[in-house]
Write a protein that binds this ligand. Structure first.
Ligand code: GLY
Length: 370
């Protein structure tokens, strides 16, 4: 990892994602978006850029980024789409691609994803198929995107049948994480992003799990140093996993900790429940599953619930959710293979294992026992 101080004393840190010719830097720092133009200019990736953003993020940061890129001598345009998960579908991709084609974007041009997970996933997908592939960079503006979805190259859109069912693995050429933008992030979205942060501690890094508990006040108060350290650790852990298993042949599945049941909860809510909230509920549920099958001690559930609650995250499946629908959603999830549902279960804090050997009765109990 490198440290560098900009002219205005913005301390930034860089982590490299090592994937041979597809390697790329993740740069993290307060206010670093001011330097994105000169960095992109120096990288020489494209002759022109389209910044893709939703209407909400574009109204906050679109014009500013456009000017930053233009001031650095880069040709660029801003293209927006309506905010929200409902936009994450194939016809939005078609509209964006047509928009690029009408403006004469060709294979020497590039995309900039400015926004949260929906924008990053869609822009990455568009970049992977437009003219059979053009470069793109990620400028994530939500905590969830900064600690998870902007890194690792998963791209895609939803289908009516489920989330992320159409997509590609396509790595960005760089990720710029400006922690300053978190100041304008709605509180629920910040809290939801904390579920993904806690996921790393609970599944891979015990020390980080303890550190999060210790730094709770500073993190919730958006204290810059704590936020930067937290995001850096998540990106380091994600990079380490992706470097070993880019296309989720095995190890990368551990990053789905809490997501198997979480996605079912999210689907059962009609996608009204914040993704992070659903993942938090899913983490508690799989911890209980691990205890039920004798894999983990009940202290693991207690520790996970305590940390989730410390960050104001929910841990219970809402009682009004229909258990039969939840069970059905588990079977149609993308992580289900050949009818086998793979669960990422904690053996202890910081250590998980993956199994498809869970009995129907145990699943039913954790889905309905509370
Ligand atoms: N969000 C999990 C992964 O990127 O693999």
């Amino acid at each position: 990892m490198n440290h560098r101080t900009n002219s205005e004393d913005t301390v930034e840190q860089t982590i490299q994602v090592g994937l041979d010719e597809r390697s790329y830097p993740i740069t993290i720092g307060m206010g670093i978006n001011r330097y994105v133009g000169t960095r992109l200019q120096a990288m020489g990736l494209a002759k022109r850029y389209a910044i893709i953003s939703d209407d909400r993020v574009a109204s906050l940061y679109g014009q500013q980024l456009l000017e930053i890129l233009c001031d650095a001598g880069l040709a660029c345009e801003l293209i927006t789409f309506p905010h929200g998960e409902a936009s994450k579908r194939l016809d939005t991709i078609e509209q964006l691609a047509s928009n690029l084609a009408e403006r004469g974007f060709d294979r020497k041009d590039g995309l900039v994803a400015l926004g949260g997970g929906v924008t990053g996933d869609m822009t990455g997908f568009l970049a992977s198929i437009y003219m059979r592939g053009i470069p793109f960079i990620q400028i994530p503006t939500s905590l969830l995107a900064q600690v998870d979805s902007s890194v690792g190259g998963k791209t895609g859109v939803d289908l009516p049948q489920g989330k992320n069912l159409v997509g590609t693995f396509y790595q960005p050429r760089a990720v710029f994480i400006d922690t300053e933008v978190l100041k304008t992030l709605p509180r629920d979205e910040f809290i939801g992003g904390m579920a993904e942060v806690i996921k790393y501690g609970a599944s891979i890094d015990t020390d980080f799990f303890s550190w999060l508990a210790h730094k709770r006040e500073a993190i919730l108060g958006l204290e810059p140093q704590a936020i930067a350290t937290m995001i850096r650790r998540c990106c380091e852990l994600k990079a380490q996993v992706v470097e070993q298993d880019e296309r989720e042949g095995g190890l990368r599945r551990i990053l789905n900790f809490g997501h198997t049941i979480g996605h079912a909860v999210e689907a059962a809510s009609g996608y009204q429940l914040n993704h992070g909230f659903a993942v938090a509920i899913g983490m508690r549920a799989v911890a209980e599953l691990a205890v039920r099958i004798g894999m983990a001690d009940s202290s693991v559930v207690a520790a996970i619930v305590q940390l989730l609650q410390a960050f104001h995250l929910p841990t219970e499946i809402p009682p009004e959710f229909d258990r039969a629908s939840l069970r059905a959603y588990l079977s149609i999830d993308k992580k289900t293979v050949g009818g086998r549902i793979f669960f990422v279960l904690p053996e202890q804090i910081g250590k998980v294992c993956i199994t498809d050997q869970i009995g129907e009765e145990d699943i039913a109990t954790v889905l309905g026992a509370r």
